[in-house]
Design a protein around this ligand. Structure first.
Ligand code: DGL
Length: 271
């Protein structure tokens, strides 16, 4: 089926999921929307995250997407159920795939979760993990500084290291933890520094890989994978600085991004 897959995030974080989609489904066209102007979503009230997410979804529905990937944990926590109910295309979030990947990895059943304030407050990971295995011990930690830092392009070096070290201090003494979920799609961009700080005994998990596998399985099952041989062509849109978005996209994605459309979403008052 030659319609694109829609991918949304509050900013550049969803590119970590888009990269996996491009790798696992190289024939599929993606349309990516990053609400960079209103990023971060993490500290915002639930109602605002819901409203902003719908703005992105409505933009994408006009473009005839065949499937929606909510490549943002905060938006997944607050909108996945509603979007699944209201849209007549398949909708995939990043929390259940992240939880599954962590369960596959842990041997001690002690799992840490890093996320935005919204995601941690929602307990969405705790619920997803406990639904599968009630024996798990879970500690959530909000890292409000991380997504804004990544949006600015600060992804390595002494400043990134210092911010990450300070934020992860509460988890450092939890010796039983062997698995740490990056419960925000911005965090895989700073994964090397997080791994360095948390140490070798902990496996650091991103949800992109498992999310792309789920997208692939659903499209395959529904017989909606594109099976022709036209060249791929992805589209990228951002609500804020398109140059910075393009710079981060080119750093992160394996294929060059030469055009990013600037769009306005929602009412000016909410910006
Ligand atoms: N990338 C987003 C997430 O996965 C949100 C970051 C933010 O906007 O605070 O939660």
């Amino acid at each position: 089926m030659d319609y694109p897959i829609g991918v949304i995030d509050s900013g550049v974080g969803g590119l970590t999921v888009a990269r996996e989609l491009m790798r696992q489904l190289p024939k599929e066209n993606l349309i990516y929307v990053g609400d960079t102007l209103r990023c971060p979503y993490g500290p915002r009230p639930e109602a605002e995250v819901v409203e902003f997410t719908w703005d992105m979804v409505n933009f994408l529905l006009e473009k005839n997407i065949k499937m929606l990937v909510i490549a943002c944990n905060t938006a997944t926590a607050f909108t996945l159920e509603e979007l699944k109910q209201k849209l007549d295309i398949p909708v995939v979030g990043v929390i259940e795939p992240g939880a599954r990947a962590a369960i596959k990895t842990t041997k001690t059943n002690h799992i840490g979760v890093l996320g935005t304030e919204g995601t941690i407050r929602s307990h969405a990971y705790r619920k997803a993990l406990k639904n599968i295995n009630n024996e798990l011990q879970i500690e959530g930690l909000a890292c409000p500084a991380f997504a804004p830092m990544v949006e600015k392009g600060v992804v390595s070096g002494p400043l990134a290291r210092q911010v990450i070290e300070e934020a992860l201090t509460p988890l450092k003494d939890w010796k039983e933890m062997d698995t740490l979920i990056l419960g925000c799609t911005h965090y895989p961009i700073i994964k090397p520094v997080i791994e360095e700080v948390i140490g070798e005994s902990v496996d650091v998990i991103s949800s992109g890989d498992e999310t792309a596998r789920e997208v692939s399985a659903i499209l395959g099952f529904k017989r909606q994978l594109y099976e022709g041989d036209r060249p791929v062509s992805h589209q990228f849109y951002a609500t804020g600085d398109t140059h910075l978005f393009m710079k981060i996209a080119n750093m992160w994605l394996k294929q060059p991004v030469t055009e990013v459309g600037r769009i306005q979403l929602g009412s000016p008052q909410s910006i």
